[in-house]
Design a binder for this molecule. Structure first.
Ligand code: BV8
Length: 319
């Protein structure tokens, strides 16, 4: 939807409400970064659509095959570093600069909001960041933020050219095979490697020797892990406490923007109802009308649904 196709009445009523709003929340999802070229999770070509991807974002997967999980995250770090923040990231960062009582709850781990200059004090990363790493040794507290090294270790090098599926070539590096797999699925819009009819012997994701995976510089022997929140893990306590403090304030919340998210992952998606319970009106920006918080028909009287690409809609409605 280009700006001219935003229904005039909706744009007017939303703009009036925005002008009178002080306490504003935004819940951001992968759709915000879609037009920066980063695949979403559940839509077409989404990372989670493939069984492999979803099963890689768990502590169990990491315990079972750290090499493959690191190849998946190294590939996503690489893609995120190649991407640029889009106009939606910049529009949200500008709103934060104009209004210190606008806070953003981002499910995204790609770092693009930060690179658009979104103030860190007003940006809460609910699911961590691809660019944080932490030690898995039980007695080591090493955490490193903003580790943009790409690849984080030589063994995780992603091939320079867009890796294509290279059947039966045995010299594929593990990362190359992993990115071939994701590229192939993404390109073919397949929901799993199986759908691509790739027998195991064609996609070789060789085990990277354990000692070539990222290890902790502080304790020397702990394996480092990506600083993201996996399924089954609790969200960062400090982050949740900061968000709860904002929501639990006695004053009402005027508005929550829900941008580019299927609102299927909890407790993140639950913040929409919490904001509503504090008086917030809801404005959804999404390509897909089905994806409203609370499922189809989840919108209430007085809410807005702006259908289309966030990078085109947000600069218009947040003007
Ligand atoms: C937890 C980081 C305690 C890793 C991710 C109830 C309460 C609490 C927990 C649960 C519960 N029910 C179930 C659970 C367990 C689970 C959960 O929610 N499962 C889901 C699948 C049902 N939650 C957890 O495990 C959480 N932990 O609660 O701890 C606990 C533990 C166990 C049991 C109970 C309690 C931790 C969840 C965090 C998981 N980590 N990511 C990584 O990225 O690798 S989640 C992952 O999904 C991403 O972070 C992503 O941001 C998030 C949500 O996805 P979306 O961002 O919405 O992306 P999606 O592709 O789905 O949608 C994109 C949308 O954009 C679409 O609507 C599309 O139409 C739209 N779009 C596309 N293009 C555009 C666009 N819109 C606008 N413009 C465009 N151009």
């Amino acid at each position: 939807m280009s700006s001219s196709s935003i229904p005039k009445a909706d744009l007017e009523s939303f703009s009036n409400h925005l002008k009178q709003s002080r306490r504003i929340l935004a819940l951001l999802g992968a759709g915000l970064s879609a037009s920066s070229g980063l695949p979403t999770f559940r839509g077409t070509g989404g990372l989670w659509r493939s069984h492999e991807a979803t099963s890689l974002a768990t502590p169990e997967a990491f315990a079972q095959d750290a090499a493959l999980v690191w190849q998946f995250y190294s590939y996503r770090r690489h893609m995120a570093l190649q991407a640029q923040p889009n106009l939606a990231h910049h529009a949200l960062a500008a709103l934060a600069r104009r209004n210190p009582e606008f806070i953003t709850l981002s499910q995204n781990v790609d770092g693009l909001s930060q690179r658009a200059g979104h103030r860190a004090s007003q940006l809460h990363l609910l699911h961590g960041s691809l660019f944080d790493v932490r030690c898995t040794a039980f007695d080591c507290d090493f955490i490193q933020q903003n580790n943009f090294t790409d690849p984080i270790v030589p063994a995780l090098a992603i091939p320079r050219e867009q890796a294509q599926l290279k059947p039966s070539e045995t010299d594929n590096t593990g990362a190359e095979a992993a990115s071939s797999l994701y590229n192939a699925m993404h390109t073919a819009n397949a929901s799993s490697a199986k759908e691509l009819d790739i027998s195991d012997d064609r996609i070789e994701i060789p085990q990277i020797p354990h000692d070539e995976l990222p290890h902790c510089p502080q304790c020397g022997d702990g394996l480092l892990r990506p600083g993201v929140v996996w399924f089954g893990e609790t969200l960062p306590r400090r982050t949740m406490a900061a968000v709860d403090a904002f929501i639990d304030e006695p004053r009402k919340i005027d508005l929550i923007l829900v941008v580019g998210t299927s609102a299927k992952v909890y407790p993140a998606a639950g913040y929409v109802d919490e904001a509503r319970a504090k008086g917030a009106k809801v404005a959804v920006v999404n390509m897909d009308r089905k994806d409203t918080p609370g499922g189809p028909g989840g919108l209430q009287e007085g809410d807005w649904f702006f259908e289309g690409d966030a990078s085109k809609i947000l600069p218009e409605i947040l003007k």
